[in-house]
Ligand binder design. Structure first.
Ligand SMILES: [Zn+2]
Length: 408
């Protein structure tokens, strides 16, 4: 994939300007001592009342570590280092190993006896005697593409950003009120090779898959789609368990600067991350991503240019949604056919407008421009009516798939 714009650092300024999270916002005086105290508080086991939610400072530390050269782009020989990083974090939180007493799930290679990669996982057993046999899975892939022709691909956004969310979620779950359902916290390996780690997991799950209430994952939550959708995070999967749309809306109410774009997973030609194997097995899922950006799979995906306030806001929304899922009275069930909310048409209209406004800098071709411009009438009709028919949706899927393929 050829990026249209080699610069990917500007999303930092924009989202941060919308709501710069600084010690001043939290009522602390700005001086060096207070600043160090702030970071110490945010990363230590001590959590102030009402602050048991993912914290920017911890997210930044995780990303900076995992995207540093010592981690080798999290592939090859040094991939073991990133697995150890996750396991040490799990151990520090006193979590239990997920795989029959082991932190590892080995993924066999082609040759007999060889190991291609290793998923890592921890668990928290639920507190409710009835609900603890049902599981919510929170996952992020920790692998990336490594070093290619001597050039490091650090993978700060892809996917150190979501690993940081995973570790902060683990910390908050462990330090907060005991969850009613049980929770698996998984770092998937070999996602970049074609969702190999998550595919292997669904075939060798430590619990029967019908006991999985919800699968939640994120892949890239620290930049902006096309480098332009700076306020947006996209969520797929609510269409297969409509009550989860209410959870997402409620969870994002407090994040005024964040636009949560609801989309159906079938707008993409192929499953782009680890939700794929769960979606294929009709397990309710939610997938969060800020989307493909000019740093995607490039050596420029470095920790210094990530939008940390945005990653923190998304991690908090995800954490609140996860809390809703682990404590909900009813177990989520797969809804089919998918129930498409009108929110999807609003997301498409907003994104098409953004892309068209940036068509020159993004070098968007004539066909996608024409398709986007001619879809506004239909989108307006759908939004005004508050519902979408099957044939209208089919044509929106066609437009979205062609635009995605042509622009990104
Ligand atoms: Zn990824």
């Amino acid at each position: 994939m050829t990026p249209k714009n080699p610069s990917c650092g500007n999303s930092v300024k924009n989202f941060s300007n919308l709501r710069a999270i600084t010690p001043v916002d939290r009522g602390l005086p700005v001086n060096a001592l207070a600043l160090s105290l702030f970071f110490l508080l945010a990363t230590s086991a001590f959590v102030r009342a009402g602050e048991n939610e993912p914290q920017l400072a911890a997210i930044k530390t995780h990303v900076e570590t995992l995207a540093s050269p010592e981690y080798g782009g999290r592939a090859g020989e040094v991939a073991a280092k990133s697995r150890t990083y996750l396991i040490e974090a799990f151990q520090k939180l006193k979590l239990e190993p997920l795989f029959n007493g082991s932190w590892y799930q080995d993924i066999p290679g082609r040759e007999a006896g060889s190991v291609a990669g290793r998923n890592v996982g921890a668990k928290i057993i639920g507190s409710d005697p009835k609900l603890k046999d049902e599981w919510v899975i929170v996952a992020a892939h920790f692998d990336h593409v490594g070093v290619i022709n001597g050039v490091l691909f650090p993978g700060a956004d892809d996917n150190a950003s979501a690993v940081a969310m995973l570790l902060e979620t683990a910390r908050c779950l462990q330090q907060g009120e005991k969850p009613k359902r049980s929770v698996m916290l998984i770092g998937f390996d070999l996602e970049e090779r074609g969702l190999v780690g998550s595919r292997y997991f669904v075939e060798h799950s430590p619990v029967p898959l019908d006991r999985v209430a919800l699968f939640v994952t994120a892949d890239m939550i620290g930049r902006a789609l096309g480098g332009v959708a700076k306020s947006y995070v996209f969520v797929m999967g609510t269409e297969h368990y409509p009550p989860s749309l209410g959870w997402v809306k409620k969870a994002s109410e407090a994040e005024k600067q964040l636009d949560v774009g609801i989309l159906g997973a079938d707008l993409l030609l192929i499953d782009r991350s680890d939700y794929g194997p769960f979606r294929s097995r009709k397990i309710p899922f939610l997938f969060f991503s800020t989307g493909e950006n000019p740093c995607y799979h490039r050596p420029t995906d470095v920790a210094a240019t990530l939008d940390y306030p945005k990653a923190e806001a998304i991690s908090r929304v995800m954490y609140r949604v996860i809390l809703s899922a682990i404590n909900a009275p009813a177990k989520p069930t797969w809804t089919s056919p998918a129930q498409i909310d009108v929110a999807e048409a609003k997301t498409l209209r907003d994104i098409f407008k953004l892309l068209l406004a940036n068509r020159d800098s993004m070098k968007i071709g004539r066909t996608p421009v024409y398709l986007m411009e001619s879809s506004f009438k239909l989108l307006d009709t759908v939004i005004e009516r508050g519902s979408v028919t099957a044939s209208e949706r089919a044509s929106l899927i066609r437009v979205a798939q062609i635009v995605m393929a042509a622009v990104f």
